[in-house]
Design a protein around this ligand. Structure first.
Ligand SMILES: Cc1cc2nc3c(=O)[nH]c(=O)nc-3n(C[C@H](O)[C@H](O)[C@H](O)COP(=O)(O)O)c2cc1C
Ligand code: SF4
Ligand code: SF4
Length: 435
């Protein structure tokens, strides 16, 4: 049976599934319920200085639903913990004592002054927690007070605070990054310069979930007024995966340990983050929507996947997909695929035809001999994948590579050769280089 245990920057846990800093980790009651279900660790809901913040008493969450009411995107305008520091610290200490094998990381956010960080670090150390996570990501409320993403968006501040923390604590320091930035590699690089042991990402994405057209105000709203919140859940996963991959492959951040966060609901989501370089993963929305028991599927699914592939431990596949993430200019322009429709699976709905006909390459028939029939016209198909993306039947349309065959669209013989844009004769710069 595959070994799921992790040693992430010295923080040990029985598995890589940690709850992200958020309501699921706001108090001992929740965290102990989570540990009983099997979660490998938690990042405690962000602590700040006393007096505690005050949350709105109106709706603080919003959601985007799929047609089946599945939560696809989730958003919040919640602040950091609104419980007194002393209460949180006492509970952290008690829970860590009762669950010594689980990872206990404490998320922190205090004003951007060295004395504030020094003071809280000392108090967190006394809890015997395993590490700290610096919340440089929260994009609402706290950022307007000069904390959260207001720090995370300025690489120099990220570096400065990371350095303060490394100076004033022996605990491992994880820097949690905001996605509300043009190039996530810059704060990651700054975190490394400041001595951070790892980065975690992503925190939530700035968003307005909708507009209440009766009240002419953002939805949800508090007494008729709304504000931007942080979006998370399955819809943000692609953004998070790209940011994780960017950090994993950028020379200045390559090798920096990563805790992957954003839209993880299943073992497969987690495995994808790990394949792109995440050593652990963190989950918030899925736990809030489905409860703590989802970790069972995550553990058994990941174990089964690893057993099937012969991976004895997580390290055997963490980062395995990173070498295959490249820049567009290095994609093989000699490679070609054609769409193929499985006539036995096709329900003749016509969506592939209309998508290709109206917006792509007019490469799918609608009729044959006067009856509805959907078939790919190889002379026109560019292999773009639009039809497969819109087909309601999974596996009905596949993209088949041409091997040792003539591409009937271009007349070119596809022989498995490799030529990217930097080498292509249509690239004037490539010609100059060749001469
Ligand atoms: C209601 C709510 C509260 C959150 N509070 C915090 C917080 O206090 N500190 C923090 O670092 N992140 C906070 N987050 C962000 C999550 O930790 C996580 O980064 C984000 O939700 C993406 O993960 P997910 O898609 O699994 O939810 C919060 C998220 C939600 C939904
Ligand atoms: S792959 Fe693109 S071009 Fe080919 S049939 Fe599908 S939609 Fe049309
Ligand atoms: S979208 Fe799929 S099911 Fe519908 S006609 Fe095309 S191949 Fe058939």
């Amino acid at each position: 049976m595959a070994d799921l245990s992790v040693d992430f920057v010295g923080i040990k846990a029985p598995n890589p599934f940690w709850l992200a800093s958020a309501p699921p980790t706001d108090k001992a009651y929740n965290v102990e319920r989570a540990f009983r279900e099997g979660w490998g660790g938690v990042v405690w809901k962000t602590l700040g200085e006393d007096p505690p913040v005050v949350n709105v008493s109106g709706p603080r969450y919003g959601a985007i639903h799929g047609p089946d009411r599945r939560v696809i995107g989730f958003n919040n305008i919640e602040l950091i913990t609104d419980r007194p520091l002393e209460v949180n610290l006492r509970e952290i200490k008690e829970v860590k004592r009762r669950w010594p094998d689980r990872a206990m990381v404490v998320s922190l956010m205090v004003p951007c002054e060295e004395a504030s960080w020094k003071a809280i670090l000392k108090r967190v150390e006394e809890t015997e927690a395993d590490g700290i996570e610096l919340n440089f990501g929260c994009p609402h409320g706290m950022s307007e007070r000069g904390m959260g993403s207001a720090v995370g968006q300025v690489p120099d501040y990220v570096e400065m605070v990371a350095r303060w923390c490394k100076t004033h604590t022996r605990m491992p320091v994880i820097v949690k990054l905001t996605p509300n930035i043009t190039d996530v590699r810059k704060p990651a690089e700054a975190a490394r310069r400041g001595g951070a042991d790892a980065v975690s990402l992503i925190n939530t994405i700035n968003s307005i979930m909708g507009v209440d057209l009766d009240r002419m105000a953002p939805a949800p709203n508090t007494d008729g007024k709304g504000t931007h919140g942080g979006m998370c859940g399955p819809a943000v996963k692609p953004i998070a995966l790209n940011m994780v991959a960017e950090i994993a492959r950028f020379p200045a951040t390559r090798g920096l340990p990563i805790s992957g966060i954003g839209g993880i609901e299943t073992w497969r989501d987690a495995a994808e983050f790990m394949a792109l370089g995440a050593g652990t993963v963190q989950v918030c929305t899925a736990a809030m929507v489905y409860g703590f028991r989802i970790v069972h599927e995550m553990m058994t699914g990941l174990e089964a996947f690893m057993d099937e592939r012969g991976y004895a431990r997580l390290g055997d596949f963490v980062g395995a997909a990173v070498p295959n993430v490249t820049d567009w200019q290095y994609l093989n322009l000699d490679y070609a695929v054609k769409a193929r429709i499985d006539q036995d699976l096709c329900i003749k709905c016509g969506r592939c035809h209309i998508a290709c006909e109206d917006t792509s390459h007019q490469a799918i028939t609608a009729t044959k001999d006067g009856v509805r029939h959907f078939e790919v016209i190889d002379e026109e198909c560019v292999g773009c994948n639009l039809c497969a993306s819109v087909c309601p039947i999974e596996g009905c349309i596949t993209m088949e590579p041409l091997v040792n065959a003539v591409d009937r669209r271009t007349g070119r013989f596809v022989d498995g050769s490799y030529r990217n844009w930097t080498q292509h004769p249509n690239n004037p710069r490539a010609q100059v280089a060749a001469e």
